[in-house]
Design a protein around this ligand. Structure first.
Ligand code: SF4
Length: 106
């Protein structure tokens, strides 16, 4: 029993260590550019005012105009007006930006 517990702890620790090594620190993550394939797929714009509301009617009208990355439920603010987005791991998105995956904060 003690051996099983020790083996579990050793394996779990190794897994955590591997995860820490493979995930880049938030501060070193690149910023998402509009020509990135995932940005194109999601209709991401660095400035939400540049969104074509004909193509993305979700951002039309008063309610749509109030949508920004900075108030999206998937956004976690970091430094310099940028933050992480759980829909786009490994890249920082602009707080004033927007994409079609926007959801309200809960
Ligand atoms: S999901 Fe939210 S935080 Fe991520 S890019 Fe789209 S609007 Fe911005």
């Amino acid at each position: 029993m003690a051996t099983n517990r020790r083996n579990f702890i050793i394996k779990t620790s190794a897994g955590v260590a591997a995860a820490v090594v493979t995930v880049p620190a938030v501060a070193t993550q690149p910023r998402l550019t509009e020509d990135d394939p995932i940005a194109i797929a999601l209709g991401y714009k660095i400035d939400a005012n540049d969104v074509d509301v004909t193509q993305y009617p979700k951002r039309a009208g008063a309610a749509g105009a109030a949508q920004f990355c900075s108030n999206c439920g998937l956004y976690q603010a970091q430094a310099d007006g940028h933050g992480t987005c759980s829909a786009i791991p490994g890249k920082l998105v602009a707080g004033p930006g927007w994409c079609n995956a926007w959801i309200p904060q809960t």
